[in-house]
Design a protein around this ligand. Structure first.
Ligand code: SF4
Ligand code: SF4
Length: 308
């Protein structure tokens, strides 16, 4: 097996930090000296409500290096449903201890909370809502991870019966006034959370947020404003079928009403993103998601009428 030095390994970790945009406040020297932050590590508790766990998968599959290599230098993960070895009563015991302690921690909530049908989502023998409310009350700050947590997303699409609340709605309904960061995306982009956590760990503050609690650094502009088809849009050069070149607005592109940084910070190590791959943006980071437009049926005329 190829041996690499500690410095070379840390350079890889720093490559990931650069990709998240956090290099603006975290230097390579900071990373080299990360041991001095051991006592100040950010405590992190992560809960899953109604969700598919896709945001966790996205987060843990961050390209470049294992995300834990970044996190473990600056954060202390007290509980994560997919990472923690604890199961069953151990988990509920850990969470009870956290609530009863005077620990400062950041609460990350993935998924929504089914308040209309509380038993649709259980942890241990209690509905999820009975965990998330006391955990949020005790937390120093909260992070809504992914569109289900921020806007309801798939868990609130037409026909859903569980009466979900988003994290911002739940905090408001329970009169829990906590600093809140919302990171929409289906799934959430891992860079957005790593940046937010590193910002909090290094500066002790959350990044600058917009009125919907989203970091302006990532959500300050629409997909449309930075789209590589923007000139086509202005010149009315529209794609008629999936796979055509040209602006995708007539195929239902939601880039006009969706704020995120996909066009400059794509997925999978910036390999590509929806529009660059020829598919309209389905607005996965917006409050309008999901719409029927995202679900191409086998007889969808936009897809199958093309003659090759
Ligand atoms: S493809 Fe979508 S985001 Fe791009 S210019 Fe057209 S409408 Fe805007
Ligand atoms: S381009 Fe649109 S649908 Fe694709 S990831 Fe970005 S916000 Fe979501």
């Amino acid at each position: 097996m190829e041996k690499i030095t500690r410095r070379e390994a840390l350079k890889k970790v720093y490559g990931a930090i650069i990709a998240t945009g956090a290099a603006s406040f975290l230097s390579f020297d900071d990373l080299l000296a990360a041991d001095k932050y051991v006592d100040k590590r950010l405590n992190l508790v992560w809960l899953h409500g109604s969700s598919c766990s896709g945001c966790s998968c996205s987060f843990l599959d961050i390209e470049y290096v294992p995300v834990l290599d970044i996190l473990s230098r600056f954060a202390n993960v007290i509980f994560h449903p997919d990472l923690s070895l604890a199961t069953g009563d151990q988990v509920t015991g850990i969470l009870d201890q956290v609530v009863d302690s005077d620990l400062d921690y950041l609460l990350v909530v993935e998924g929504s909370t089914p308040v209309g049908m509380p038993h649709a989502c259980l942890m241990g023998h209690k509905p999820f809502v009975e965990w998330v409310v006391p955990m949020a009350k005790r937390a120093t700050a909260c992070v809504a991870a992914g569109t289900c947590s921020v806007f309801g997303g798939v868990t609130r699409m037409n026909g859903m019966q569980t009466g979900v609340q988003t994290l911002p709605e739940l905090l408001a309904a329970q009169n829990i006034a906590k600093p809140l960061v919302s990171l929409p995306g289906c799934p959430m982009k891992p860079e957005h959370l790593v940046y937010t956590l590193l910002h909090y760990a290094m500066k002790g503050t959350l990044p600058e947020l917009d009125l919907q609690h989203r970091p302006i650094h990532f959500f300050g502009r629409t997909i449309h404003e930075r789209c590589n088809y923007y000139a086509d849009f202005q010149e009315k050069h529209y794609a008629r079928y999936i796979g055509d070149s040209g602006c995708l607005i007539n195929l239902g592109c939601q880039g006009v009403v969706t704020r995120s940084d996909c066009m400059i910070n794509g997925h999978n190590n910036n390999t590509s993103t929806c529009i660059k791959a020829g598919h309209p943006c389905v607005g996965c980071a917006s409050e309008h998601f999901p719409r029927q437009i995202m679900l191409h049926r086998h007889d969808d005329p936009r897809v199958i009428k093309r003659k090759f």
